[in-house]
Design a protein around this ligand. Sequence first.
Ligand code: ZN
Length: 161
Amino acid sequence: MDVTSFGIDHDRLLRGIYVSRKDTVGNGMLTTFDIRMKEPNREMVMDTSVMHTIEHLMATFLRAHPQWAEKTIYVGPMGCRTGMYVIFKGDLESADVAEILKDCYQYMADFEGEIPAAKSAMCGNYLDHNLAITKIECKKFVEEVLSCLKAENMEYPRQTG
Ligand SMILES: [Zn+2]
């Protein structure tokens, strides 16, 4: 499987969960997932404060999860603000993480209370968070995408010619 991120047709890329790349490290494999929450160049991107809150909540959920904590290597926002990257240990496909990511986004949609680690000693910009909009974005992503994933939400469209 060719997983290079070059050659993806962003003009046709939909929202979904995509395998961005796979890397062999030692005897194991790491899989980087492109969790695309916005259609590139066709939808409004997310605010940085929302992506920041998603980063905190997603990392909290995954790193506390009984099965996925030890597989979770990294969670971070895309610079283009259309989605998130998550790196998991293992040679994985989108279908393998569909359930855990749906659970994660549902957790964020339902989250109430204090955002974890949003304190000056623990965060580089602790005032830059937005839980209210994060909940709306995550609910929308669960209902419109993660609850009804199709092949086109899990396989990159390739540039032709
Ligand atoms: Zn932070």
